[in-house]
Design a protein around this ligand. Sequence first.
Ligand code: NAD
Length: 432
Amino acid sequence: MSGQINAFEMAQKQFDGVAKQLKLDPGVAEVLRWPMREFSFRIPVRLDDGSLRVFQGFRVQHNDARGPNKGGIRFAANETMDTVRALATWMTWKCAVADIPLGGGKGGIIVDPSTLTVNEKEEMCRGWVRAMWKNIGPRNDVPAPDIGTTPQMMGWMMDEYSRLVGQYTPGVFTGKPLGGGGSLGRTEATGYGVIYTVREAMKHLNIDGKNSVAAIQGFGNVSQYAAAGFVEMLGGQVACVSCWDRHEKKAFTYSKKGGVDPRFLLTIVDEYGTIDKAKAQDAGYTVEDGDAWITKEANVLIPAAMEGQVTADTVNKMSKNIKIVAEGANGPCTPEADEYFKKNNIFNIPDFLCNAGGVTTSYFEQVQNDMNFYWSKDEVLGRLDEKMTSAFNSVVDRSEKEKVYMRDAAYMVAIDRVVQAMHLRGWLTGNS
Ligand code: NAD
C-alpha cells in the first residue's frame, strides 16, 4: 500500500485470489469486488480569514449484507476515491471476521487538518454531515475516526446529524469522547485486542508468554496498549518501541536493557505518538534510528505504526527467532514479506483480524448508545476478549482445515460469512 501501489487494486487482487480458492460463483464475486454505493461531494467551508474554500469529500459503502456499514472518516491531503474504496472493502472483511453484525464503509476529505483552525475543522465536519446525513445513520452507516480525525470531531458530527434529524442520535458516529456518548475501553481496545490474539497464537504454538520478547514499531494508540498488554497480560518483555519524531522529522527506536517500561513511556509521549527523546535518554533509554526496531532480538514482531514496513528489503533484518508477526497496523507487511513468513514457518496474525479490537469496541459503543445504558471498562474489555478469541479460533481452524496461510484463512472466513448473509437475505436469488 505504500508508494505508487493502488490500494483498491490490491484489495481486489487479494479478494480475487481467495474467491478463486473458494470457487466462488463469478457473479457473486463481481458483487463483492466493487462497493455497493459511492458518494463524492463538495464541502464549502468559510475560513477564518473570510474566504470560502471548497473541499472534496467521499463516502463509500462496500457491503451491508450483515448490518449497517461501518468505517472511519479520514482527513488526509493524499486521500483518493480508490483509497476510500479499498478501506471500505477491508472494513467489510474486518467486521465479518470479527463476527460483528456490520458491513464495510469508509469516508474522507482531501485536506491536511493541521492547516486548519479549530473553528474551520468544526465547519468542515459539519459540512461533511450536511452532505451525507440522508445516507448515514445508526441503521445504515455508522462512521468513526481514522487518520486525521478525532473523538472531538465525532462529537461535532454527531451533533450536526442530531440537529438535522431532530433528535439526539449518538449511535450515528462512534469513537466519540467519553462523557459525549463514547465508550470506556475504546482507547485501549485495539492494542489490547492485538495482545488477545498474540496470547491465543502463543497457546496454539506452545510459546510461553513469560519467556517472550516483542519488538514493536510505533508508540501511538495501538502500539502503546499493545506494549502495555504484552508486559501486563502476557508477562513478557518489550525490547523496543519506535516513533516518528515530529520535531526532528525522523523516526527513532527506543530500547532498554531488561525491556522498556510502557507505562513510563506513556507519561512522556505526546498526543501524536512522539516520545520525548531527552526525557527517555535521562531515564536510561537507548535511542537509535527508526529502522533499528526490526533488528531487535525478539520472538514476536508487532508492526503497529503504518503500512508497508515489513518488505522484501527489511524482512531479512528481522531476528531469526521471530515466531509470530502480529499486524497491529493496517497493511504493514507486503506480499514479499508474506512469502518469507511462509518459507520460514512464521505465524502471521493478519491485520484485519489482529487489529479488529477497535471496530469491535466501536460496535459496543453503538450498542450502548442504542440502549442508553453504559458498561464498565471491565465489561467492555471482557466482551472484547471473547470476540477476539473467538475470531482468532475461527481463522486458525480454517487455516488448519484448508491448509492455508492465516491471511487467506481470514479472508475465507470473512467472505463466506458475507456471502451467506447475502444468500439469506435473498440478494443472490434473482427475486430481490
Ligand atoms: P497513531 O497515529 O496513534 O500512532 C502511530 C505511531 O506510529 C506514532 O507513535 C508515530 O510516531 C509512529 N510512526 C509513524 N511513522 C513512523 C515511522 N516511520 N517509524 C516509526 N514509527 C512511526 O496511530 P494508531 O491509531 O496507533 O494507528 C497505527 C496503525 O494501526 C495504522 O495503520 C492504523 O490504520 C491502524 N489501526 C488503528 C486502529 C485504532 O483503533 N487506533 C484500529 C485499527 C487499525
